[in-house]
Write a protein that binds this ligand. Sequence first.
Ligand code: PLP
Length: 449
Amino acid sequence: MQSNSLIESDRNHLIHPVSAYRAHEKRGATILTRGDGMYLTDSEGHRLLDAFAGLWCVNIGYGQESVVAAAAEQMRQLPYATGYFSFASEPTIRLAERLAELSPPGLNRVYFTLGGSDAVDSAIRFITHYFNATGRPTKKHMIALDKGYHGSSSNGAGITGLPAFHRQFDLPRFWQHHIPAPYPYRSPVGDDPRAVIDLSVAQLRAKVEEIGAENVAAFFAEPVQGSAGVIVPPRGWLKAIRETCRELDILFVVDEVITGFGRTGPLFACETEGVSPDLMTIAKGLTAGYAPMGAVLMSEDVYAGIADGPDNHLPIGHGFTYSGHPVSAAVALEVLSLYLQGGILANGQARAPQLLAGLQALGDHPLVGDIRAAGMLAGLELVRDKAGKTRFDPATQISDRLTTAGYRNGIIFRAFADGTIGLAPALSCTEAEMDILLTRLRQTLDEVV
Ligand code: PLP
């Protein structure tokens, strides 16, 4: 099919996630046809450097043949096996064992999902079940951060702190609460790390006191808030919040859907602060986008609370046809071996200082207000006036203007509505490719000034 008729079919039939439907119909889709290494090609023949790893997921770059071979071999041998009842498949068991080995201490039990939204949704259901089964049924309320993103399921969207995910959706909103994000650039106490951490801990304590600790089940946190515009909390924040949760007797859930699998440096961002959560959600980098898969990891204590509950002779009614899909599991095992034995994780760690230095060199640009980075995850907050930190009004279409200018310059990144640019290049990026990325980024900024 010619790209023009494809664009017409897209306009007429395909509903795009998180888009303004009518505006999209007018603009039309950029149809991606091929990926190799760091580059994507579209139906017009443009070759675009992907500085966003698809949607913060293709951490190993495109076209990794060993992953294709692992998927093909698994499809040939056993394309599907249910995990229901007492069935299982080898790659799924091996992957669960490997994740238990590699994840922060104590997270020993793994429940597979299809992606991040249903991992968060499953975590919420498991937590609710846990407190009911362990005789504390009032503990139902969940707290998360403003601007946090925890997916689009009805439960997960409720703890997501982005207004677009609530608007017109009538979510049942009585058990979800939010506290302000630890956002040094715009914090009322300035950017001193200790002050930002102390304020955040005080806000969590105040929220728990308001609801009553006996009613609070869990606090959910992204170690770096990706969809908020890559907000990087000060070093020490995650640990301080973890300790506060322990003290207040509420479960601590870390959502590593973006930050997992080397995105911020170590395999999991929790490791930077030596933090072990009670539950952890993962997806994206688990399969590097080559197949859909996510997971909830939980501590032995949470698992035992559910497994040994008063109705434990009955099935625990939570499952998906594709939980632990063997093809996705085979893909994930190969992706993990590329990160660890194949050197991709180490390569990402080696490239991160180059990314940070390149972004810091953009600090003199009239549009650049704040530069934030954690490993290969970075945000550039653009402002209309640096002294006043004045945000762009989304009505100026700043995000569309940035995306279009990026496309002209051969680069794809995430442009948020307020003009923040999100960057998450594949961890396999070479030094030369990183130079190209940084050059194209500056050219793009120069064009929208
Ligand atoms: N949690 C976080 C932190 C995310 O960034 C995302 C997606 O971007 C999700 C959950 C939802 O994951 P998915 O899009 O795979 O459903």
